[in-house]
Design a protein around this ligand. Sequence first.
Ligand code: OAD
Ligand code: ZN
Length: 236
Amino acid sequence: MTNSKPLPHIVALTGAGISAESGIRTFRETGGLWENHKIEDVATPSGFKKDPALVWAFYKERYRNALNSKPNAGHLALVDLESMLQDRFQLITQNVDGLHSAAGNKHVLEMHGSLHRSFCISCKAIFAMTDIDLDMSLPKCVKCGANLRPDIVWFGEIPYALYEIEKIIKDSEIFLIIGTSGAVYPAAGFVMTAKHFGAKTIAVNLDPPDNRSFIDEFYQGKAGEILPQLVKSWIN
Ligand code: OAD
Ligand code: ZN
């Protein structure tokens, strides 16, 4: 990939595996439990209805953990890729930790929301976590007084920006998948769309993902080790 050839349009999809080397545990590792909570209790609208303070305690912990984590070499390789491709690069992430933006990526779509934001369940006003009182067990909206909730897409909810994502993927020439099990839809199905519209599909993952059969080039190993080499080989 030299500068004399037109640069391809690359779309990257990331999952929990890219943040593993930053010390954030992946979902598969937790075996259906998150910090001893059932997923239904802390990651569904009905769990929030039942015990909103418990759900808030859980996400405050995850937010603090994300704040204490740093981007790793895998995240930084994607910043280098974006520096080269500029508007011809788009990052779609299932992660909510904010590490891609912290690393310096600009074109980031957080399809499962963000630990760094909350919104009002009544008037839908959005608040940065830094602007709300996290000492309250149940943070309230300063505009209307209703409960706030973490801006996370829970099970049973529709991910953000799906329409935009589909358009972006259709335009991609290389669809690069990093650190995701290929088990959770709709993200697990994006590779099929990419392939259908003619993109080359490349994956970097510790284990073969469930959608391996749709991947043209598979690099097995840690994102923080493989991705910098891969990006370097493209840039030079
Ligand atoms: P998973 O925990 O399902 O999968 C993580 C993947 O990363 C696995 O396939 C691992 O083999 C791989 N992995 C682990 N460490 C790695 C490393 N250092 N380098 C490269 N790969 C590594 O996480 P996701 O696929 O992101 O949704 O999960 C998808 C969605 O399921 C999440 O966004 C979440 C969850 O339910 C919501 O919360 C809405
Ligand atoms: Zn409100």
